[in-house]
Design a protein around this ligand. Sequence first.
Ligand SMILES: *[C@@H]1O[C@H](CO)[C@@H](O)[C@H](O)[C@H]1NC(C)=O
Ligand SMILES: *[C@@H]1O[C@H](CO)[C@@H](O)[C@H](O)[C@H]1NC(C)=O
Length: 354
Amino acid sequence: MSSLRRYLPCLICFFFLTHGGRRACATAKVTAIIVFGDSSVDTGNNNFIPTVARSNFWPYGRDYANGIATGRFSNGRLATEFISEAFGLPPSIPAYLDAKCTIDQLATGVSFASAATGLDNATAGVLSVITLSEQLAYFKEYTERLRSAKGEAAAKEIIGGALYIWSIDTNDFIENYYNLPERRMQYTVGEYEAYLLGLAEAAIRRVHALGGRKMDFTGLTPMGCLPAERVGNRGDPGECNEEYNAVARTFNAKLQGLVAKLNKDLPGLQLVFADTYQLLADVVKRPADYGFDNAVQGCCGTGLFEAGYFCSFTTSMLCTNANKYVFFDAIHPTEKMYKLLADNVINTTLHVFM
Ligand SMILES: *[C@@H]1O[C@H](CO)[C@@H](O)[C@H](O)[C@H]1NC(C)=O
Ligand SMILES: *[C@@H]1O[C@H](CO)[C@@H](O)[C@H](O)[C@H]1NC(C)=O
């Protein structure tokens, strides 16, 4: 019965939240999952802004409830939603800009994320999406809405007990730094990393100042192995771009340094670093061990470059079983890969909050 009910978006999720969600929340140590980031965690915010960075059309959502395309860049749910479910919270996380969602529905989880954004304002500027500063401003507005709806004490409990997940750094490199000349002329890659780390630090400090305590900052994946980056690899077409992968490893090491520093500096902060690099690198190397047939092409179109609207132009070439694919389009994982990532992050990192 529940496969339909479990996956419904806000249009009709009130039933689920009032019946299943509240009981679960009463026992959960984590009160809500609150998400900042890019397309890896955007559950539909870009549907409500003028941008081409969209996915609210077929074949996206093909394996979601009744095949509804919600603006998630995948065939089904995202890693953050499997994480929410594992914490006894609702199995889907509403998009903040979806006006159909009430503050009660948003009180157990909300995504402020926007596909195609980054830590750097200039990254969000490429496709006119929501900057991280704007996501933080929406978060502040959210805390105020919680206070007026639930009262000071209850709002404080939700905000202080929530798990904040950040998943935001990939586009600064692949959409911005390595794609456009401006930042490359301004900064060496090391300097750009330092700039991004400063922005990450400021954002974490901001959420801490507004009452956030439990946080998970997600590191970079082996972004040189995304299908689109293999195709764009001029030195070795079709192979992973090892320069990008090396940047991801370096940046992740620096992020871990930042995490250690902030845990020392900020009272009550419990910030963890989520490593998604190892698992994805292993899956790409040995896909069959994880039940995948294809780790090189996305499921949609030729699988080599299509994402967003391009996937909707090539639906005759759509793969039949997305569970056999690591990537749904040339950039984004399938639901099956997101589930693996979620399980892995829970096992290695997030269990400390359970
Ligand atoms: C990013 O843009 C916002 C305005 O949208 C501005 O307040 C903020 O200072 C900018 N951040 C940086 C680092 O330039
Ligand atoms: C997570 O842990 C469970 C239980 O120990 C195990 O069955 C599962 O394979 C693990 N998954 C991943 C992706 O690490």
